[in-house]
Design a protein around this ligand. Sequence first.
Ligand SMILES: [Zn+2]
Length: 142
Amino acid sequence: MTCLLCDRIEITKKGQYPYLIHEFKNSFLYLGEHQFFKGYSILVSKNHYREMTDLPLGISEEFYSEMMKASRAINEAFLPKKMNMCSLGNRVDHIHWHYFPRYDTDPRFFDPPWLMMDQFDLSKVTPREAQATIEQIRHFLI
Ligand SMILES: [Zn+2]
């Protein structure tokens, strides 16, 4: 059975995935292909693990550190009112974290971001349109 995110990792390693923000030791940080929430990004484990608890000891600590670095960079780049981070994996059981920056201007601020997912496709960005946002996040990744 193929995995959507394993496929993306392979494409990324060939330098062919245009939404890459940053490569960490254990993960890749991507800008979301939609920007319904400005700065929406996804952190994906380089290896196929199903649960966070499947990460080997040592790797799990490094992965957590990468999660925090990604979150800080997105926060500093866009100054959201709140960062919604979530990892579900019911559809794609390869560890990945969603970062949804939430803003004062969000009319549905108190709702989970998934309740608006029917509108995500309306906010798709091309790789060219994504570039400035990617650069803004990279600027704060250290
Ligand atoms: Zn996978």
